[in-house]
Design a protein around this ligand. Structure first.
Ligand SMILES: Cc1cc2nc3c(=O)[nH]c(=O)nc-3n(C[C@H](O)[C@H](O)[C@H](O)COP(=O)(O)O)c2cc1C
Length: 433
């Protein structure tokens, strides 16, 4: 099993430090959510800490029911947002999310390649098959997960072909001979597949640096798709065993696809609630998630595992025997199986279950504690070969986010687990560093 010594670290631009009730805080700057200055401030801080990339997850629908109590997934278009910060930064990777289920591949290829030019080779693409929003794109129903992954595989192949259809080497810019481009190197792709028909070529050349791919979704077909194309896998791993299992499995699958195990890097989401003492960190967590929006959490549990807990008493344990048989087709098989796994492994009282990451934060790895606690846990997971890095989503307060960048990351540098400075200027170079 190959484990890289240095970690790769991304920073979520979805403001995790404002989720739950944290946006109520006077210093949350929630009014700035739709300004580019807001994301730019985080990107600059992340660049000062030499992180590999900033990352903007995204969806294409509005969940009106959650807006009464929080901003949910309302956001600027991620690719436009990242374009606005490209000129104001110089090194950090800029990973945008584009859904293969909803967006035409020509548009995706063009937008991402544009971002790559605007940032001098720092674009990345988070490939999502999406969970909801089909009504906004003329689809009668959401295609099944299997169908979406077949579509995603074809889509990704088309996007690569489009990027290759106008290669950088085709640009001659030879003033003396009056030759702008070598058109013999520009070729249509003439793709006719199960889901897509695209002629090509793309109407802009490829930048010299390639665009790394991130994939989120860790069901069987999600893993297989990731192992075939992705540089980075963004997956929820609430505990070290889940990460180890996924890391090993991705290596095996990558090799089956003719790639090296190290070509696919596992970067789980990491929620950090950081404070000077453990008690304060716990208080920060409870201030953020303690005032439980029960109806929403019950709805989420019902949707993921088919269990209706709405009239259960607080102290009643939820056990494996309470689970209905697994349904064949939940919206996210990744999140559904992680919640089932939690309930099967340990009986938890309802009040405890409602505070677990599998219920409140998409099952991400979570540290509630001090800077040292975070450093220790990250070092432990890295030493075990469970992860190749992580995508940080600090929670609770803006200060928790700053503490991560200004205190946790430097400690990882001291331990030799993270770079002291950038050696390259493109996102692809950071991944090799
Ligand atoms: C960690 C994680 C993050 C995701 N982020 C997004 C996202 O930002 N936007 C989106 O539309 N879907 C997102 N998804 C949904 C996936 O793209 C996919 O549709 C879903 O997980 C179903 O695939 P699965 O069967 O492999 O779980 C995410 C899924 C996971 C596991």
């Amino acid at each position: 099993m190959s484990t890289r010594k240095r970690l790769h670290i991304g920073m979520s631009l979805a403001p995790a430090w404002m989720t739950g009730d944290a946006w109520h805080r006077a210093d949350s700057n929630v009014e700035g959510l739709f300004s580019s200055d807001f994301a730019l401030d985080i990107a600059r801080r992340a660049e000062a800490a030499h992180l590999d990339f900033v990352f903007r997850p995204d969806v294409s629908y509005l969940a009106v029911d959650v807006l009464e109590s929080g901003f949910g997934f309302t956001s600027l278009d991620p690719t436009l947002l990242l374009a606005s910060i490209a000129r104001e930064t110089s090194h950090i990777g800029l990973v945008s999310t584009i859904s293969t289920t909803f967006c035409p591949p020509y548009m995706a290829a063009r937008q991402l390649q544009s971002l790559n030019w605007l940032s001098n080779g720092r674009a990345g693409w988070n490939i999502v098959t999406a969970l909801q929003g089909h009504e906004n794109f003329g689809l009668d129903q959401m295609p099944s997960a299997e169908e979406r992954y077949r579509w995603a595989a074809e889509f990704t192949q088309v996007v690569h072909q489009l990027w290759n259809s106008f290669p950088n080497e085709a640009l001659l810019i030879d003033r003396e001979q009056g030759r702008y481009a070598d058109v013999s190197r520009i070729k249509p792709i003439d793709h006719q597949g199960e889901h897509l028909r695209v002629k090509g070529p793309l109407n802009l050349p490829a930048f010299k640096a390639r665009i790394p791919l991130v994939q989120a979704g860790a069901s069987d077909s999600g893993r297989d798709f990731a192992a075939s194309v992705a540089d980075l896998v963004f997956a929820p791993t609430p505990d070290k065993e889940a990460a180890l299992e996924l890391r090993h499995d991705l290596s095996r699958r990558a090799e089956r696809h003719g790639r090296a195990a190290r070509d696919v890097r596992l970067l789980p989401g990491l929620n950090l609630f950081l404070a000077p003492t453990r008690e304060q960190a716990r208080e920060l967590f409870m201030a953020t998630h303690g005032r439980v929006d029960r109806a929403r959490r019950f709805a989420s549990i019902k949707q993921l595992v088919g269990l209706d807990l709405s009239d259960w008493p607080e102290d009643r344990p939820v056990r494996a025997a309470d689970l209905p048989p697994a349904s064949g087709n939940p919206a996210s098989r990744t999140h559904s199986s992680l919640l089932r796994r939690l309930i099967e492994r340990e009986p938890l009282r309802l009040s405890e279950l409602l505070l677990r990451p599998e219920v409140i934060s998409a099952a991400h790895w979570q540290v509630i504690g001090t800077v040292e606690d975070a450093v220790e846990q990250i070092a432990d997971w890295a030493a075990a070969g469970a992860v190749d890095g992580f995508i940080a989503a600090p929670g609770g307060s803006t200060e928790s986010m700053h503490t991560f960048l200004e205190q946790v990351v430097p400690r990882l540098v001291e331990l030799g687990l993270f770079r002291e400075r950038y050696r390259g200027t493109t996102f692809a170079e950071h991944l090799e560093d």
